[in-house]
Ligand binder design. Structure first.
Ligand code: ADP
Ligand code: TYD
Length: 215
């Protein structure tokens, strides 16, 4: 390469990374698939960051503590505001810097979780408004698993005393309907994945969806 060509490459702006959100019911497999996606995309030569919401930051930890239900009655509006505030904090601290470095960010839960869960007890339009400043991801992969199967998995994974406030089949049925409504909106980058198949098959389907993103 000529000296001039090398200078142009050195000065070219870094290509922005790709922001992928994984969504689904509790027990749908988002944590399992986030790890598998990390391995597979790293194997393809990408630099990948896996993260989750609620985040590890102080606001996220506060939201997580409320999910345990140990503080007594949970105020659903306060919880919705905590998730939304944690999201902006998370974006600023972790997500945006990684995207600016050109990396892939795989986020276990994001805006659609707030739409699906917080709209059960709060006005859906209000939930959307408090999350409106969070950037929309390049891709949102929704792992579709019915409430019965997802709850069966959660109950097998977590003893009753350690389950969080949304981890009942009755609530998951309502969350499932909320996710289906979100899916029906046909928003950009939202892809439904059959999450009832084997872990390996779901991973393969996610990788095919990543192919479509050019990853
Ligand atoms: P989430 O993070 O969505 O709550 P996890 O990834 O923690 O879900 O998975 C919940 C449980 O279900 C775990 O025990 C996991 O091993 C199991 N699991 C995940 N994906 C599948 C799958 N495709 N088929 C069967 N079991 C699964
Ligand atoms: P998570 O740890 O991902 O649960 P799981 O591994 O069982 O899927 O998320 C914790 C809980 O927080 C889960 O029940 C969904 C809920 N949640 C919301 O209600 N709103 C949100 O915005 C987020 C990010 C999570």
């Amino acid at each position: 390469m000529s000296r001039e060509g090398a200078w142009l490459v050195a000065c070219a702006p870094m290509a922005r990374g790709t922001f992928i959100a994984l969504e689904g019911l509790d027990g749908s497999g988002t944590s399992t698939q986030a790890e598998m996606l990390f391995e597979a995309l790293t194997g393809r030569g990408h630099t990948v960051v896996t993260t989750h919401e609620p985040s590890r930051g102080s606001i996220g930890q506060r939201a997580r503590a409320m999910l345990g239900g140990g503080d007594g009655q949970v105020d659903p509006h306060l919880l919705a505001l905590l998730f939304a505030a944690d999201r902006l904090d998370h974006i600023a601290r972790e997500v945006e810097p990684a995207l600016a470095r050109g990396e892939i960010v795989v986020c276990d839960r994001y805006v659609m979780s707030s739409w699906a869960y917080q709209s059960l007890d709060c006005d859906a339009q209000w939930v959307e408004t408090i999350n409106a400043r969070a950037p929309w991801p390049d891709a949102t992969f929704l792992l579709r698993v019915g409430a019965e199967e997802a709850t069966r998995r959660v109950h097998a994974r977590t003893p009753e005393s350690q389950r969080e406030i949304f981890e009942t089949e009755a609530i998951q049925r309502r969350v499932e309907a909320s996710y289906e409504a979100a899916l029906a909106r046909g928003l950009p980058g939202v892809v439904a994945i059959d999450g009832t198949r084997s872990i390996a098959d779901v991973s393969e389907a996610l990788l095919q969806a990543c192919d479509a993103l050019g990853l």
